[in-house]
Every structure is written in C-alpha cells, then in structure tokens.
Design a protein around this ligand. Structure first.
Ligand code: DC
Length: 223
C-alpha cells in the first residue's frame, strides 16, 4: 500500500515543527521531526566529549547508535540508547552540534535510512532541511517554509523564554545565522528549495495565518 508523504523544509525557526504537528493531528498522519535525530547524534557526541565537527570521532559513535522515535499523547518522544532525551536535545549547544554533525555524510546516510523506513509504512508529514530534495524526492506535497532571520530569531527566543530557558535574543539570532550558513553550504544534501516545492514566507504572519495557508494547500493537493 502506498503511503502519503508531505515534506516541509526550511531554515531554523520558520515554524515548521509547530505547523507540521498541528497538520499531522488534523490529518491523522505521523509527524516526523528529522532535526531531533541529528540532535540526538550531537547529544551522544557531546556526552562522549567528542567535538561535533570531528568527522572521524563522530563516525566512531555511529556503529552502536540507537535512536528510536515513539509517539505518545504529547507527540514525539526521542530515545537515545534507551533513554528519553526529548528535552535534553533542545539546548543551544545541541542545536549547533546538530548542525555540525549534519554536515557529515555518514551521519546523514544512517539517519535517512531510518527516515525513509518510517515514511514507507505510515502516512507522514516530515520536517527537516533535505526532505523534499533528498529523503523523499517523490513526496506528494513539498513545502518550503521560510521567514526573515529577525522573525525567526524572535519566535525561537519567545519559545525559549516560555520554557524558562535563559538566553538573549542576540544569542538566538547568532545561533540561527550560524546554522543557516552551515546547513546551506554543506556539500551533501544541503538546505535548499526543491524545484517542485511551494515556498511560503511567513515573515510578519501570526501562526494562525501560516497554518491556514499550509492547510489550504494540503487540502487542495490531496483532493
Ligand atoms: O530542525 P532542527 O532545528 O531541530 O535541526 C537541527 C539541525 O539538524 C539543523 O541545524 C540542521 C540539521 N538537520 C539537517 O541537516 N537535516 C534535516 N533533515 C534536519 C535537521
């Protein structure tokens, strides 16, 4: 049986995961946050005192890497080597580390295998950087969600403050700029717009507006 696949790509803070989660719930699809997988690899490297830019050392932890994604009423739960790391992977250090390990082809090949397996047996909405271009090139709908760096930094900052994380807007903006550059310039499966993607710029939008645009597009395409 063939499954329905929706790809949402775009830079950090564009609203991909917030929108994808809501859409998945409405459609009864599984939401797959591929960034969480890169974050889990980065966390494992950090826990082993490995520099996330050190290709050889990062590759040395891949052979026994055990990442599992499960779903409960609150959404996705990420397990690394049997431990729930759902919260731990959300720190600024892990964000930068994830962008670094994501530039290593061996890491991507390993995680893409898991992502494709999940999409083969479920109707999915998957978000990331290379879903429409590399992971699921045959996706039924491809969306590229973007916004100005100022807007994205502001949203991320507000999210972090709401979770009682201490950070400054300037730090969050720097983190996003670093990752934008790193994620777009890597050689293997970089962040870029798929030729057949619909680009949605959410600059200045309230979440509700962007969500409605995405929902409308998906409804039209799935008819
Ligand atoms: O979506 P996120 O911010 O949680 O992703 C963290 C990092 O992981 C991001 O900066 C780049 C990398 N990533 C990637 O290279 N490819 C993906 N499909 C998802 C994330």
């Amino acid at each position: 049986m063939s499954t329905i696949k929706i790809a949402i790509d775009g830079p950090a803070g564009a609203g991909k995961s917030t929108i994808a989660k809501i859409v998945a719930k409405q459609l009864g699809f599984i939401y797959i946050d591929t960034g969480a997988m890169y974050r889990a690899v980065a966390l494992k490297a950090i826990k082993n005192n490995i520099d996330t830019k050190d290709t050889d050392k990062v590759c040395s932890i891949l052979h026994d890497l055990d990442i599992d994604i499960k779903y409960d009423n609150n959404g996705q739960v990420v397990f690394l080597d049997g431990q729930d790391v759902t919260q731990e992977i959300r720190t600024p250090e892990v964000s930068i580390g994830a962008s670094n390990v994501a530039a290593i082809p061996e890491v991507r090949i390993k995680l893409v295998e898991l992502q494709r397996k999940l999409a083969a047996s479920n109707n999915v909405i998957m978000d990331g950087r290379d879903i429409g271009t590399y992971v699921l090139p045959d996706a039924d709908i491809k969306i590229f969600l973007t916004a100005s760096v100022e807007d994205r930094a502001k949203r991320r900052y507000e999210e972090m403050i709401a979770k009682n994380s201490f950070c400054s807007l300037e730090e969050v903006k720097k983190d996003i700029e670093y990752r934008d550059k790193n994620d777009s310039s890597r050689a293997f499966a970089p962040l870029k717009i798929a030729e057949d993607a619909v680009v949605i710029d959410t600059t200045g939008n309230e979440l509700e507006e962007s969500l409605n645009i995405v929902l409308q597009l998906i409804k039209e395409r799935l008819q």
